[in-house]
Design a protein around this ligand. Structure first.
Ligand code: FUB
Length: 321
């Protein structure tokens, strides 16, 4: 991958959510470590316990580690596996949204609050009411409304839900049926709860039909991200077991979104997970791979690469290797 740069070679960090706050780039990754848990499809080996925050003044510049900003030990409802997180800013406060299994081993989304973008973040006593699954992405629209995008299948548990409720016995739809997809929900003014029932995020093919579960190179798996470019809403995500980062474009934050193509081809490692940031007039893709750990899928390293749009607003595909 041309011009990609590893951001923090001295430790393993994944799922980097990057934002520009107070004129700097802040990065909120998951903190991988060698837990000794055997690899399985449920992702038990991703047994993360805390978060660090990183910042940099420019893309090629020094990366500052602001240290541990939130730990499972401080989260009253926490069980295990602190997975992907994201941060939003409103009225001088910073809100970290995170994925964590509760004490009954069900993934929920939590919120922790700070006065600064670099933490520490103080968790709420309970998870967000009605939240489930993983991978929250916090998006602020131009009118100041904040939305959360979330969800992930397999270890992310999304397949056990229908209409936002656990349905005993439910699992993935059949291959020819409409694919399970991410959820989108507006946040309350205080940023701490859902302001409505989460809605299904529809991804359509070129004929206007919803993608099917069997369309494994295009359907949603996990790793939601939302950004806006020239007035359009770009929903991007990972296809998980087919290892692609893809995107779909819509006219509003709820969609529907029409599938457009691949952003990043497979990297070394099982997952990749990303974010987009515009900084000083250029666009960057933050993501991770497992090259530095020689392919250990649970020891990932975050990196950044510049990305380019075509004249028509489509994204030029980046080679992952
Ligand atoms: O980092 C743990 C999980 O792996 C994330 O929540 C998923 O998106 C995948 O990257």
């Amino acid at each position: 991958m041309k011009n990609a740069r590893y951001l923090y070679p001295s430790d393993f960090m994944a799922d980097p959510s990057a934002h520009v706050f107070e004129g700097k780039i802040y990065i909120y990754p998951s903190h991988d470590w060698e837990s000794g848990i055997a690899e399985n499809d449920n992702g038990d080996h991703f047994n993360m316990k805390d978060y660090h925050v990183f910042s940099m003044e420019d893309i090629g510049g020094e990366v500052t580690d602001h240290g541990q900003v939130l730990s499972i030990a401080d989260i009253p409802w926490g069980g295990r596996q602190l997975w992907d997180s994201d941060v939003a800013h409103k009225d001088g406060k910073y809100y970290m949204y995170f994925s964590l299994k509760d004490k009954t081993d069900i993934f929920r989304l939590g919120v922790a609050v700070s006065d600064t973008p670099y933490g520490p973040f103080v968790p709420q006593d309970n998870p967000i009411k009605g939240s489930y699954s993983i991978d929250p992405c916090a998006f602020e629209d131009e009118d100041g409304t904040h939305y959360l995008y979330f969800g992930g299948i397999w270890g992310g548990q999304l397949q056990f839900y229908r209409d936002n409720k656990i349905v005993p016995g439910s699992n993935l739809p059949h291959f020819h049926e409409q694919a399970l997809s991410a959820k989108v929900v507006r946040l309350t003014e205080d940023m701490l709860e859902f302001d409505e029932e989460p809605r299904e995020l529809l991804i359509l093919d070129e004929n206007g039909n919803p993608l099917t579960q069997g369309d494994t190179e295009r359907r949603f798996f996990e790793a939601s991200w939302m950004h806006k470019y020239k007035g359009k809403y770009y929903f991007s995500y990972s296809t998980g077991d087919t290892h692609l980062l893809c995107y779909a474009i819509g006219d509003n934050p709820y969609g529907p979104f029409t599938y457009q193509g691949v952003i990043l081809t497979p990297v070394v490692g099982w997952t990749t997970h990303h974010s987009f940031v515009e900084y000083n007039g250029k666009w960057y893709l933050f993501h991770h791979d497992a090259v530095p750990s020689n392919g250990k899928t649970w020891l990932r390293s975050m990196k950044v690469v510049e990305l380019y749009y075509n004249e028509d607003g489509t994204i030029k595909t980046i080679a992952g290797q």
